[in-house]
Design a protein around this ligand. Structure first.
Ligand code: FAD
Length: 438
C-alpha cells in the first residue's frame, strides 16, 4: 500500500483523511494553521467552520438532506461530528462550531497511521498520491501553482460571513423564540419589526458604508450567500422575501405576524452566542454596529464577531478533473472541496469523502469509482466535470443535478422524497458492488 498526502485540513481534507486512515492507508495531512492563518479562519483546529454554524436542511425532501444521509451511510466523520455536536435549529442541522471541529481534530488524532503536520505546502507534488483540499482561501503560492496546473485563469466569486452577537446582550423582552411554522424544536430568536421600523432600517442599510475590497464587483456574489446590503439595494421589498420573511413567525405576544422578522440562530451549545441569519455582510465594522443595532432587540447587542467578506477561488474543474476527483493530466493527484466548484460545507466534505475513497483505492491497487449520478454525491461530481467550463459556477447540492424519475409525480415534496429514496437505493447497490465500505 502506498502512502497518501492530503494538503488542507478543512472540511474536505479532514473527511478525506478519515476515509483513508480508517481503510488502513498511511496518511500525511498538511494543515498550515495555526502557523499561517487564512483571512477567515480563527483557530488551529481541523474542519473549522468559517461562517454560519448551519449545515442546512436535514430532510430527504431537500438535496442537501439527501447528501447528508448518503454521507452517514458511508460513515462520514464530518456528519458523525455534526450529529454529535448539534444545536437546535428546526428542520436544519446546525452545530456548536467549537465542539464540532474539536470532535474532528480529536477523532483524527486517534489514528496511528495518520500524521498531522502544521505546515504550509507551496508546491503541487509531482508524484505519489496526493489530495489537494486547500479550500477557497488557498495560500498564495499554492494558489498560483494550481492556476498554472489547471491552465485557466483563476475563477472566483466573493463570499461573506454573518455577524455573531452575545446572547446576554439581546433584549429578551422584545425577541421571542419560535421556529418558522413551529417546525421542529423552537430554535430561533425572532426580532419583530413593524413597517416603520423596517423602512427606517432599510434606508440606513442601503446607504451604509462598505469596507474596501480589492476587485469586488457587486455582480460577483454567490446568490446563496449574498451580502445583506447587496440584497437590500435590489429593492425595498427584496429582503422581505429573503431573510426577513415574516411568514410562519407570529409574535406570541400579539398573535400577529410582524411586517418583517430578523432571525437569530443559536451558535454554540451553551447558547451564549447567536448569529444573524442571512446577514452575511461587507459593511465596515462600525457601520455593522450602527445599522444592525437598529434591529428591535439588538439595540444594545455586543458583537462577538463582525461579518466579513472574502474572495473565493475555484478551478475550472470541467477542464481539469474526472468524476473520480482525479486530475486528468496527473494520475494520483486528486482535488477536493470548495476549490473544485462544489459549494458549501457539506458539499465540500462530500467531495472529500469521494476523493478519499478513491485515493485509498488507488493506494491499495484497486480501480477508481464514479458514484451513480442518481446520488447527490455522484450528481455533484458529474456537474463539476461535465458542465461547460466557460459558464462554470460553484453549485450547492440540488435536485436539478439529478436525473428526473421515470414516473411523473405531481406533488413536489413527494417527488423529491422519491428521488432521494431512489438515490439511497442506488448508493446501497453501488456500495455493495464496489465493496466501498470494505
Ligand atoms: P476549508 O474548510 O477552507 O479548508 C481548507 C484548509 O486548507 C484550511 O484549513 C486552510 O488553512 C488550509 N490551507 C490553505 N492553504 C494551505 C496550504 N498552502 N498548505 C496547507 N494548508 C493550507 N459554506 C457554507 O456551507 N456555509 C457558509 O456559511 C459559508 N460561508 C463561507 C464564508 C466565507 C468567507 C468563505 C470563504 C466560504 C464560505 N463557505 C460557506 C463556503 C465553503 O463551504 C467553506 O469555505 C468550506 O470550508 C470549504 O471547505 P474546504 O475543505 O474546501 O476548505
Amino acid at each position: 500500500t502506498q502512502k497518501v498526502t492530503v494538503i488542507g485540513g478543512g472540511l474536505a481534507g479532514s473527511e478525506a483523511s478519515y476515509q483513508l486512515a480508517k481503510r488502513g492507508v498511511e496518511v500525511h495531512l498538511y494543515e498550515m494553521r495555526p502557523v499561517k492563518m487564512t483571512p477567515a479562519h480563527e483557530t488551529g483546529n481541523l474542519a473549522e467552520l468559517v461562517c454560519t454554524n448551519s449545515m442546512r436542511s436535514d430532510q430527504l425532501t431537500n438535496a442537501v438532506g439527501l447528501l447528508k444521509e448518503e454521507m452517514r451511510r458511508l460513515d462520514s466523520l464530518v456528519l458523525r461530528a455534526a450529529d454529535a455536536t448539534k444545536v437546535p435549529a428546526g428542520g436544519a442541522l446546525a452545530v456548536d462550531r467549537e465542539l464540532f471541529s474539536k470532535y474532528i481534530t480529536e477523532e483524527l488524532a486517534k489514528f496511528d497511521n495518520l500524521h498531522i503536520h502544521h505546515e504550509e505546502i507551496t508546491k503541487i507534488p509531482s508524484e505519489g498520491i496526493t489530495i489537494i483540499a486547500t479550500g477557497p482561501l488557498t495560500s498564495d503560492d499554492l494558489a498560483k501553482q494550481i492556476k498554472d496546473f489547471s491552465g485557466t485563469d483563476s475563477l472566483h466569486f466573493f463570499d461573506a460571513a454573518a455577524p455573531i452577537v452575545a446572547s446576554d446582550s439581546i433584549d429578551m423582552d422584545i425577541v421571542y423564540k419560535k421556529s418558522r411554522y413551529d417546525r421542529g424544536e423552537a430554535a430561533y430568536l425572532n426580532c419583530p419589526m413593524d413597517k416603520e421600523q423596517f423602512t427606517k432600517f432599510w434606508k440606513e442599510l442601503v446607504k451604509a458604508e462598505t469596507a474596501e475590497l480589492h476587485g469586488f464587483e457587486k455582480d460577483e456574489v454567490f446568490e446563496g450567500c449574498m451580502p445583506i446590503e447587496v440584497m437590500a439595494a435590489r429593492g425595498e421589498k427584496t429582503m422581505l422575501f429573503g431573510p426577513l420573511k415574516p411568514v410562519g413567525l407570529e409574535d406570541p405576544k400579539t398573535g400577529k405576524t410582524p411586517y418583517a422578522v430578523v432571525q437569530l440562530r443559536q451558535d454554540n451549545a451553551a447558547s451564549s452566542m447567536y448569529n444573524l441569519v442571512g446577514f452575511q455582510t461587507h459593511l465596515k465594522y462600525g457601520e455593522q454596529k450602527r445599522v444592525f443595532s437598529m434591529i428591535p432587540g439588538l439595540e444594545n447587542a455586543r458583537f462577538v464577531r463582525y461579518g466579513k467578506m472574502h474572495r473565493n477561488t475555484y478551478m475550472a474543474s470541467p477542464d481539469v478533473l474526472n468524476a473520480t476527483y482525479e486530475a486528468k493530466k496527473q494520475a494520483g493527484l486528486f482535488f477536493a472541496g470548495q476549490m473544485t466548484g462544489v459549494e458549501g460545507y457539506v458539499e465540500s466534505a462530500g467531495s472529500g469523502l469521494v476523493a478519499g475513497i478513491n485515493a485509498s483505492r488507488l493506494a491499495q491497487g484497486k480501480d477508481l469509482v464514479t458514484f451513480p449520478v442518481e446520488t447527490a454525491l455522484g450528481s455533484m461530481a458529474n456537474y463539476i466535470t461535465t458542465t461547460s467550463s466557460k459558464h462554470f459556477q460553484p453549485m450547492n447540492a440540488s435536485f436539478s443535478l439529478i436525473p428526473p424519475l421515470e414516473k411523473k409525480i405531481r406533488n413536489k415534496r413527494e417527488r423529491k422524497q422519491m428521488i432521494s429514496e431512489r438515490g439511497l437505493e442506488k448508493l446501497a447497490e453501488f456500495a455493495e458492488e464496489m465493496k466501498i465500505n470494505d
